[in-house]
Write a protein that binds this ligand. Structure first.
Ligand code: ZN
Length: 444
């Protein structure tokens, strides 16, 4: 089956997001582990737990945060803000507090969005101890009492940081890294869409025979990616290509952010896939998600990033308006299809062929290669064969042809396969290509 026809079960992905939505995720804690437990029902996922205090390059694993509840109660006993209503209501990593504070003292601990008075913002304070509440601007305007009872019922003490990993072995030890962050609570596009797309992509890859080994990493942002890198330094030379997956269910066409070096194979392959789908390619910048860690000097992995409208460029970003209705199942399904095409492009894009019938165009009709029924699809199939034949000169890879023809690599691969079966082409593996080249070595 062609990769683009692969069933992507968009409703299933949206269902997984709905299941994961209520868990109060952070960079540590039970909500993160519960999320990994759910993913383990879909994929052979292994969890790693890194103790508080572990040094990870320039970072240290912080205390684990376990939230039970957080609320603001007015003097009449009315709860005016409650984390049970929405996980974004409490600043992630708020330290425990239980006391009455004046309205004035409360003020610097409140976060709202005057420009979007019905939305709750997302705030964190992982590495600086404080507490805080996020609320709608309307709720904030209603806080007219002189004092409030503040409760953050939480533990902030030594524990673990957890990440999940799935290894889908290929026929070689060369790897493709697919990474999604798993630390955001109460939002859908950031980061549940990346998690759902990575999970469905992993499920599809598990059914396939691949050349590369595919490794899916589900880790909390920054510190989790660094924990994975720290644990896998020996593996890194085997990572050939990688993509960070995030923000794939929101509005807008696909956006590929290139690797730091900008000229990696994954950059070329992803640019081809994304541009054909009306998407956009952007250069690397040191701001964003975990591509910052993977690409950093020292690791220098060729890891790009695939999203739709990137973080910070849509108003719902990091607010309660990024809810399940903000994410469309169709866009999730389209993202998986694009990623499967990228996989096929990485797997087979460097394949070259030699024509066994050069000196003019071979007679396709005589070999039954002209479809008996016409139509657009039949024309496309013939065109794909003509493109492959035209460049089966030992030199041009399928991706070279794909870029010139504006045709997907999997389509060209199918055409090449038909031509091989008809005895018109032979595939060249890199070693055969080398042996076929003229050698300067004197013959014995
Ligand atoms: Zn985010």
């Amino acid at each position: 089956m062609n990769a683009m026809d692969a069933p992507t079960d968009a409703q299933g992905m949206h269902g997984l997001m709905a299941e994961l939505f209520p868990h109060v995720r952070s960079i540590t804690g039970p909500g993160l582990r519960a999320t990994l437990d759910v993913l383990g029902q879909h994929l052979p996922l292994r969890q790693t737990h890194v103790p508080t205090g572990t040094r990870l390059f320039d970072w240290t694993v912080p205390d684990e945060w376990v939230l039970r509840s957080a609320s603001l109660t007015d003097p009449s006993g009315r709860r005016v803000v409650d984390s049970a209503d929405h996980p974004l209501h409490v600043v992630s990593y708020s330290e425990p507090v239980r006391r009455r504070v004046s309205r004035e003292e409360l003020e610097p601990h409140l976060h709202s969005l005057p420009e979007h008075p019905d939305w709750v913002p997302y705030r964190t304070s992982y590495y600086r101890r404080t507490w805080g509440f996020c609320l709608t601007e309307k709720q904030r305007r209603g806080l007219t009492a002189d004092a409030y009872d503040v409760v953050v019922d939480a533990d902030l003490q030594p524990g673990v940081l957890s990440y999940g990993e799935v290894v889908l072995p290929g026929s070689t030890e060369e790897e493709v890294l697919l990474s999604a962050h798993v630390c955001h609570p109460g939002m859908a596009n950031d980061n549940l869409s990346g998690i759902a797309v990575a999970t469905w992509l992993g499920r599809a890859l598990a059914e396939r025979t691949t050349r590369y080994t595919y490794r899916l990493v589900f880790a909390p942002g920054t510190i989790g990616a660094l924990a994975w890198l720290h644990d896998h330094l020996d593996l890194l030379p085997r990572v050939r290509h990688g993509v960070v997956l995030t923000g794939l269910g929101g509005p807008g066409p696909l956006v590929y952010k290139a690797t730091r070096r900008g000229d990696a194979q994954v950059d070329r392959a992803a640019a081809h896939v994304v541009r054909r789908r009306g998407g956009e390619v952007r250069p690397y910048s040191p701001y964003g998600y975990d591509e910052r860690q993977y690409n950093a000097p020292g690791f220098d992995l060729a890891v790009g990033r695939l999203s739709r409208t990137p973080h910070g460029e849509y108003p719902e970003y990091h607010t309660s308006a990024d809810d399940l209705s903000f994410v469309s199942p169709d866009r999730l399904g389209d993202a998986v299809a694009a990623l499967l095409e990228l996989v096929d492009t990485l797997e087979g894009g460097d394949q070259r062929y030699r024509s066994l019938c050069p000196y003019g165009e071979p007679q396709l009709g005589r070999r039954g290669l002209y479809p008996s029924v016409g139509g657009t699809q039949a024309e496309d199939e013939v065109m794909a064969m003509l493109w492959v034949l035209a460049y089966s000169d030992d030199e041009h890879s399928l991706l070279d042809v794909a870029e010139r023809a504006g045709v997907a690599v999997p389509t060209l691969r199918g055409a090449a396969q038909r031509l091989v079966e008809a005895g018109l082409l032979t595939p060249l593996c890199p070693s055969r290509l080398t042996s076929a080249l003229p050698t300067t070595k004197p013959s014995a």
